[in-house]
Design a protein around this ligand. Sequence first.
Ligand code: GDP
Ligand code: MG
Length: 903
Amino acid sequence: MENTSENKEITNGKERVKRISLGILAHVDAGKTTLSEALLYLSGAIRKAGRVDNQDAFLDTYELEKKRGITIFSKQAQMEWKDSKITLLDTPGHVDFSAEMERVLQVLDYAVLVISGADGVQGHTRTLWKLLERYNIPAFLFVNKMDQAGTDREKLMNGLKTQLGEGFVDFGRDQNRETFLEELAVCDENVLEHYLQEGEVRSEEIRRMIRERKVFPCYFGSALKIDGVEALLDGIAAYTEEKEYPGDFRAKVYKISRDSQGIRLTHIKVTGGKLKVKDLLDGMDQKEEPWEEKVDQIRLYSGEKYEMLQEAQAGMVCALTGLTHTWPGEGLGGEEDAEDPALEPVLEYKVQLPPGCDVHQMLQNLRRLEEEEPMLRVVWEEELGEIYVRLMGEVQIEILKSLIQERFGVNVTFDAGRVVYKETIQNTVEGVGHFEPLRHYAEVHLLMEPGERGSGLVLESACSEDELNLNWQRLILTHLGEKVHRGVLTGSAVTDMKITLMSGKAHLKHTEGGDFRQATYRAVRQGLMQAESILLEPYYEFLLEVPTEMTGRALTDIQNMGGECELPEQEQEMTVLKGRAPVAAMREYPREVAAYTRGMGHLTCTFWGYDQCQSQEEVIKAAAYDPDRDEENPSGSVFCSHGAGYYVPWQEVPEHMHLPSCLGREPKGPEEGRTMERRKTAAWGAEEKELEEIFIRTYGKVERKRQDGWKRQVRSMDEREKKKKDPAETEYLLVDGYNVIFAWEDLKELAKVNIEGARHKLMDVLCNYQGYRGCQVILVYDAYQVEGEHLEIMKYHNIHVVYTKETETADQYIEKVVHQIGRKYHVTVVTSDGVEQVVTLGQGGTLISAREFREDVKIMEQQLREEYLERHGSSRNFLFDHLDEELAAHMEDVRLGRKDLEN
Ligand code: GDP
Ligand code: MG
């Protein structure tokens, strides 16, 4: 495999080789793969031209491609012709794979567009032509299948000019003829001038005009009969030029894949300088985390085989191993990252696994595929324990199915699938989120405005540094960007909205990063609850070709599907309709077209974008989404009173919030409003009394309500300090044990193999929690499924662990306890059960979800570590530190059977 000829040639530096990457594009079935084979055969890169029909085409390596005779994933091959080293890139032709194609286009120096001589320019040919225009790629044309009867060279040339535009010149004829030179000369003013004077067109002028996309050389022939292919190769060798590359290393990543051994490959084109094996590369991954890794191997692929290079030169297209964080579209070295493709997955399917297949394992496998396929999105629905995949189109489903079969040996099926909706807002609102359980603090105010269609989420900060430290601001923007925010109509992703951070507040001592996450998420949802939301659905842009006599039928269909279209264009006996229509309505339509036109018609769809949903009411009804019951995405806030957090529903948040509303306020620039007082206010480290004075001085005129908020905070902080001495302030934490175990990933995994271990691990966590936070923990496990007639209360270090009676569930028990002690003590319940939520809140308890509690525990563990480090050496025993004697005695009584809890 090791081959150094490449490098020798370069170090000798004598022979000037021209290196170009050449892409072959075509409407499906025009003969792209056949032409690639012919090119490779002629150049000597392969000994015999494979045949698509015999399923042995060199570039169609993927099993399914061989079976179906279509090219799905882009491949590459190396070939040489005269002084040119050509990397041939075969691109996927089906519209479903356009995203991958767009990436490949970005690394092409030149393209060959293949057109079937029997069909001329077809709908998809125009789409491809537009893409080549967009990426500014010079192109040659090969008009294929000229061996078939009825093909007319003149007619085809005219067709190209009328349908695709200027610059098409037949290069297949005698290149010294006057007509040929004239045709060339008229494409460029300077060339024309020179031609009129000297009667010649120089080769370098032709090369320049091709490079500048003023001339598109056309060749005619038959790929199958290897006729006219040599002329095309000669033309490519004669009229292409190598790009000029800068000297510093740069590269574009255009694809991620894995080889047959499962080794991750980063496919790049070197766009500057050179890259050596063991060179250190760095970048940002898709989560904006920096990475730095060594290049292990540089592979120059040709079909399935590759040679290893010690060094890759500018202009080369190769694959790197050793990199694990790269992503398609990433720029390495001095290269810029590519823009996101304009396409996105609009269809969603549920993955149905065969019996006995582990869903988590499959999720992991699919995540690997997701990385390789830019258009595949894997969605994990935690609550349902189901995997969904999102794709561009229907054909991908079949391909994904056989890919999974081949790679992981699992035969999955998919449901009928559905369209992916989105939501946006129609008016401007202020979203406020506050998060202040014991020893936490964060408040966030966001201005949420409707954005243009297709603009996505635009995030900005208009908050002055005096008001909120820049680091907190950055963190809030990160939290806004890191998550798909769910709309309140159907729980679909929110888009086309501008979110501006207007103000926010932190506490020097008590604010943790996680607090701003909570406050930010809640602020978004609180804003959405107030806003007027609308549903968006994906639209296709379509090109529909039907026999002219069926135009009426086609127009009616488009209208019925809620689509719109431009004036029909008649081309001979076919009529072309161009327009856009909802994806949901178009999904079945290709089949219908094939049926009513008896195979004569042709429909090409490309993703257009999202726009207002035409059946909003129906979709919302079918989704049956209740934003108030979406526990993962709460819209209310947590405020603090008497040293304990309590939940405030979204409608009431404005009455409790600590900062004034930002609606109608001009966003403050960083230079404005910078007074000493304000800065001091932001600095919470000072004595609280002093702070209160500053606060009143600064916000003296502010209405009563806000001062209340302030006072409440100050008081509650004092009370936190007093708490240990005041039994009335004792807090109880009731934990629904199994609920937490199954909500925490690590415990859940452990529980699968060792349930007893998981129970004990949670107990240990809670011991520390009680010790540190100073609350009383009662952990409840229901035993009602196992045998056990009696309620059992166990003492485990400083906490109490309750095993309920066989007939009693944990939530029944918890409800009872809340009822009994809730009037006297503050009780917090950790669970994630929706039914229980209603009950316990009714009793005056506070509820936090297992997930939120996880966050709290993490923070606690972090603090514990830090404190431990600080006081290194001093032995502090967290257990028994804050045990409330009264309750301890009570629990002991029950445990020893001296007392029944019901009394
Ligand atoms: P692709 O989908 O663009 O890759 O097209 P293929 O290379 O797979 O070819 C599609 C079909 O057209 C195959 O059945 C080929 O054998 C056939 N074909 C390709 N080139 C020619 C040609 O020059 N003449 C004729 N008659 N058939 C061809
Ligand atoms: Mg093909």
